[in-house]
Structure formats: structure tokens, C-alpha cells
Design a protein around this ligand. Structure first.
Ligand code: FAD
Length: 396
């Protein structure tokens, strides 16, 4: 079997991995990327045409710097390719003043000094007349993040991978990594057709991360994407410019996210934070069928409650996967401080916007450069089982 030697192997060229591959190759690092499918494929977590891009991140104020790094890198890549990878139409985070979208976006904006606008109830309902009771109530207010908008997962992953190849990175597509062996000299990455010997490996296999590193406390979940259209007699505009990216907390604490119609003329709306009916899955055997009642009924009723001018029967549904971590934050760093291993995963359903920024962090970790942001909250060693597993593995 052929053996390839390299400095860094990147396993999984999805959102995070293709970005790491690109950022390493751009530095002149000898890097080999291994991807079991193709660049921008629809079988992992990075498909479905669009993702919300937010800078005032409700999930953690420390994420604003990462989103801004993605914006900087994707803007430069877009200029080089004559493409747009982020459409900055803005994002409306709405709910009660203490809700996670509103309080979280306000905290991120305050921490990072972001130019957001606060909308009181009257301003919110005047600007966004498509929201109705009981999906909103008199307490509903909003934070508008003008740097936000939507981004394009398939196009960005392909562009990142191709930029890495153009810069000298070697990409092995349609090649599945079966295991990773840790040696004194580094790592041996095994596939059915080729062995890659590297000084270090970045594991960025998304919903499959646990397959290669079972100690990771990650739970992949099947989470469909949904598209909708306005009713024929709708008076509100649901174009992207009138109905930009949003995350909304209903008065009873449930969450909707989405954006108005753009290139495909469809509205995209999904739900968040709903354990049921979405359950932890094995990414290799994920159910790729759509089930009319189990998948759709709950979200249809939430949409009917909140946006009565939208037809509550979806036009299109496509299963996707998110990979939850116990605390909702990513795992980016060196498990057990092992110099041979870097992990990037636990996207928790909000990772795409950070892909290029995380790729830059992964490249900085691999090359020993100073990190451009404080990412201690992503340190995988905050989970003792992760650090312990690598300590044991290193001792063996
Ligand atoms: C319904 C839904 C809505 C979302 N909405 C948003 C949003 O609005 N905004 C946002 O920022 N994020 C959003 N996300 C999250 C975002 O899509 C993910 O965070 C991101 O795509 C995760 O990227 P990843 O690199 O971890 O995984 P992936 O992009 O899936 O990459 C993993 C790659 O590893 C490859 N791989 C796996 N195993 C192997 C192996 N053994 N050998 C070789 N290759 C392997 C896979 O083929 C895949 O290409 C959403 C996700 C879903 C599902």
C-alpha cells in the first residue's frame, strides 16, 4: 500500500477541516487532507444552501472574534474568486429582554463593541410585521446585528478546499480514514488505499468525530432543514431584505431561526433547542428519509403560531446533522495537550459561520503561532474524560 508522508494530516474536509487545510496550505505547510466524500457534499453537516451568519453570538461573547475572522477570510477569498460567501443582510435576535437571543446578542455586542441596534416592541413590530401573537407578545424586543446575514456552506467548503489545493495542499477525496495510530514520531492515518504518516493530525470529522476518537463527549443528532413559502394572500414581504436572518424566542421559550427568500425564492425556517423528536444518532446510519408527521408537525404548529402569513406546510425538507457538546461550546484544541493531535468539533448547530475562523485557529495551533483570539472556552480538556483518555493513550 502507498505511504504518503506529510507534516499535518487533516481528516475530514467539511466546514472546519477544509478551512484548516486551506489556512495551513496558505502558510506553505506540507498538509494532506483526507475526505471520505467530495468537497461540498450533502451527507454531513454542511449542506442546504445557506446558514445564518451572526457576529453578536448569543452562544458565547468570545465567538464574535471568530465570526469576524471568518468574515475577513471569506471576503478576501470571495474577492479572489469573484464570489460572495457572506451576504450581510443583518440578523434580528428577538424575544423577551431576558431571552437567550436578545440578552445573548446584547452581551456579545457589549463585550466586543459591536454596532448593534436595539429595537423596542413598537420598533420591532413596525419593522417586522410578519410576526404575530401568540408567537410574540407585548414583551418582545429585538437586537439587530448589521454585520450578520447568511453564508453558503457548499460553496464555501468547495472554495476553501480548492484554495488549499491551489496553495499546494494535497487532498485525498473519496477516501475514508478507518483509524489513527499514534506513534513516537507522530501519527499514522489509515485508509483502505493509502497510509498517511504525519507529525500531527487534525480530526475534523463532524458528526463522525466519535468514530475516530470515542472519548469525545459528543452527541450527533439528526436535524432536518425546512423551506417554506408565503400564503397567496400574504401582505408582508418575505424577501431576504425585508425578512433578514433571525433567531426568535417565543414567549414560552421555544426557538425559531431562519431567513427570508433569496436565490431559491423560498423562506428557510427551522427550530432550535428541541431535544424531541430529534435523538442522538450514529452518523453512518442516520435516517435520510423525511417523515411527514414526526419531522414536520411540531415546527408547522410553531410557524402557524408566529408567522400566520406563511403556509405551514413545508415546500422542502432535507435531513442534516448537528453534533452537540455537553455545554454547547465547540471542542477546538489539543486533547490531553498531545502534540500529535488537534480536534475541531462539537459544532452544536452554530458552527458554520465560524468555519474559516476556526480553520485559522487550527492552523495557528498546528504551527505553534500565537492565536488571534482567546479560545479557552473551546478547550477540549475542560472535559476530564478527553484529557484523561489522551494521557492514558500517551502513557501506553
Ligand atoms: C439544520 C442545521 C442548521 C444549522 N444552522 C446553522 C446556522 O444557521 N449557522 C451556523 O453557523 N451553523 C449552522 N449549523 C451548523 C453548521 O452547519 C455546522 O456547525 C458545520 O457544518 C459543522 O462542520 P464540521 O466541519 O464539524 O462538519 P462537516 O462539515 O460535516 O465535516 C465533516 C467532514 O468529515 C468527513 N468525514 C467523516 N468521517 C470521515 C472519515 N472517517 N474519513 C474521512 N472523512 C471523514 C465528512 O464526510 C465531512 O465532510 C446548522 C446545522 C444544521 C444541521
Amino acid at each position: 500500500m502507498e505511504t504518503i508522508t506529510t507534516d499535518v494530516a487533516v481528516v475530514g474536509l467539511g466546514a472546519f477541516g477544509s478551512a484548516a487545510f486551506w489556512r495551513l496550505a496558505a502558510r506553505g505547510v506540507d498538509v494532506v487532507g483526507i475526505e471520505r466524500f467530495g468537497l461540498g457534499h450533502p451527507l454531513g453537516s454542511s449542506h442546504g444552501v445557506t446558514r445564518l451568519f451572526r457576529v453578536a453570538c448569543q452562544e458565547h461573547p468570545g465567538l464574535s472574534a471568530v465570526a469576524r475572522k471568518s468574515l475577513e477570510l471569506w471576503t478576501a477569498l470571495g474577492a479572489a474568486n469573484d464570489e460572495v460567501y457572506v451576504n450581510q443582510v443583518g440578523c434580528v435576535s428577538s424575544g423577551a429582554p431576558t431571552s437567550r437571543p436578545v440578552a445573548g446578542a446584547a452581551l456579545a455586542a457589549k463585550t466586543a463593541g459591536l454596532p448593534v441596534t436595539h429595537l423596542d416592541h413598537e420598533q420591532f413590530t413596525a419593522a417586522y410585521p410578519m410576526y404575530a401573537e401568540p408567537g410574540i407578545d407585548e414583551n418582545t424586543v429585538a437586537v439587530f446585528d448589521p454585520e450578520a446575514g447568511i453564508c453558503y456552506p457548499e460553496r464555501a467548503v468547495r472554495a476553501q478546499g480548492e484554495a488549499g489545493i491551489a496553495a499546494g495542499g494535497r487532498a485525498l477525496l473519496d477516501t475514508r480514514v478507518t483509524s489513527i495510530e499514534f506513534t513516537d514520531a507522530g501519527v499514522r492515518v489509515l485508509t483502505p488505499t493509502v497510509i498517511i504518516e504525519a507529525k500531527q493530525v487534525i480530526v475534523s470529522t463532524g458528526a463522525w468525530n466519535k468514530k475516530l476518537l470515542p472519548e469525545l463527549p459528543l452527541g450527533p443528532r439528526r436535524t432536518p432543514l425546512f423551506w417554506w413559502k408565503p400564503k397567496d394572500d400574504a401582505t408582508s414581504s418575505f424577501d431576504l431584505s425585508s425578512f433578514p436572518a433571525f433567531i426568535h424566542e417565543l414567549p414560552d421559550g421555544r426557538h425559531l431561526w431562519g431567513h427570508g427568500s433569496s436565490e431559491d425564492h423560498l423562506i428557510k425556517i427551522g427550530m432550535e433547542d428541541s431535544e424531541a423528536p430529534f435523538t442522538a444518532i450514529d452518523a453512518d446510519t442516520v435516517d435520510r428519509y423525511v417523515h411527514p408527521h414526526e419531522d414536520i408537525d411540531q415546527l408547522s404548529s410553531w410557524i402557524a403560531d408566529t408567522f400566520p402569513e406563511i403556509d405551514p406546510t413545508p415546500v422542502k425538507v432535507i435531513p442534516c446533522m448537528v453534533t452537540n457538546s455537553p455545554d454547547g461550546q465547540f471542542l477546538v484544541g489539543r486533547p490531553g495537550d498531545d502534540p500529535r493531535l488537534i480536534i475541531a468539533g462539537g459544532d452544536h448547530g452554530h458552527g458554520f459561520k465560524h468555519a474559516a475562523g476556526v480553520g485559522e485557529l487550527l492552523a495557528q495551533l498546528a504551527t505553534g503561532e500565537e492565536l488571534y483570539a482567546d479560545i479557552e472556552f473551546m478547550n477540549p480538556n475542560r472535559f476530564e474524560e478527553v484529557a484523561a483518555a489522551r494521557r492514558v493513550a500517551t502513557a501506553v
